[in-house]
Ligand binder design. Structure first.
Ligand code: MN
Length: 294
């Protein structure tokens, strides 16, 4: 069977973190977007905060971010080192550790807390995680909230041909293996580890916004575009084929999704389509209509 020549998905830009700040007292983050004004190029993704790597001393005090609301999107937390405990007003709770992912659908609204897991916090250690916000389309923003704990053991690992590395499928599919995340719109999310000097080809749908975050290492994308630790490589919507060559052993988060192309109205923890909907979100939160932690 003749193989159709794939069109290269070009690199549109490489970005450094645009801001750095503490979230609560547990998450020292560097932000890649929205701080780099990439809304249209990363749609349906809204926010990428890279927490750590940061060394925390042991403590008996709770550490993290206490009760706060969200409406209109999903928060996806990908753990590399450390442990986070979550609980929310919809009655969901869970703990995630290295290799695990928490996929929380705030949708019509929840309040939750995200804390260092107390047992881990007692000993302390290196904390490293990503929080990615995934937008919901207008028609789905007011659905009931949901929560998925995706454990490391439930995330399929594809060993890449030639022993060049491995790709964990969190969402979407790669080489016939499907990830466990149930997504509202089409999303591909991969945790990719590569050995040095063994290029890998990744195919993603033409028309999807695709970006690659370098958690560790140094890579060249499509031959000449080099990126290092904490860099974000943003690709064009057009095309499907990306070639990644790690210059040292590297770990990447590959994010790809079908753009929603709807208006975005943001106010802190709320992301809606109009300003009126944001005002309603604030009112609903203040009136307790997003619930409380018990
Ligand atoms: Mn939150």
């Amino acid at each position: 069977m003749a193989r159709e020549a794939a069109v290269i998905k070009d690199v549109a830009g490489i970005y450094r973190p645009g801001s750095a700040h503490m979230v609560g007292d547990g998450f020292p983050v560097r932000n890649l977007f929205p701080s780099n004004d990439l809304d249209r190029q990363v749609d349906p993704f809204l926010l990428l905060d890279y927490a750590g790597p940061h060394q925390f001393p042991g403590t008996d005090q709770p550490r993290g971010v206490g009760e706060h609301p969200h409406r209109g999107f999903e928060t996806v937390t990908i753990m590399y080192q450390g442990a986070v405990a979550h609980r929310d007003s919809a009655g969901n709770a869970g703990v995630i550790g290295p290799g695990d992912v928490q996929w929380m659908t705030a949708a019509s609204g929840i309040v939750h807390e995200e804390m260092h897991e107390p047992n881990w916090a007692t000993h302390g250690g290196t904390f490293q995680a990503i929080q990615l916000w995934v937008n919901l389309p207008q028609a789905k923003k007011m659905l009931s909230p949901g929560y998925q704990t995706l454990l490391n053991a439930d995330i399929p690992t594809v060993e890449l041909d030639g022993g060049i590395g491995r790709l964990r499928v969190i969402a979407g599919a790669f080489q016939g293996r499907s990830g466990p995340a149930r997504t509202v719109t089409p999303i591909e999310l991969y945790d990719l580890e590569l050995l040095a000097d063994r290029p890998v080809e990744v195919r993603l749908p033409d028309g999807y916004n695709t970006s690659i975050f370098a958690v560790r290492g140094r890579v060249a994308v499509n031959g000449s575009h080099e990126a290092g630790e904490a860099d974000l490589i943003v690709c064009t919507r057009k095309g499907s084929l990306i070639t990644i060559n790690a210059q040292v052993e590297s770990r990447l988060l590959v994010m790809s999704g079908k753009p929603l192309e709807e208006p975005i109205a943001r106010y802190g923890p709320f992301v809606m389509n109009t300003k009126a909907e944001l005002i309603q979100a604030v009112e609903d939160y203040q009136a307790g209509r997003m619930g409380h932690l018990s």
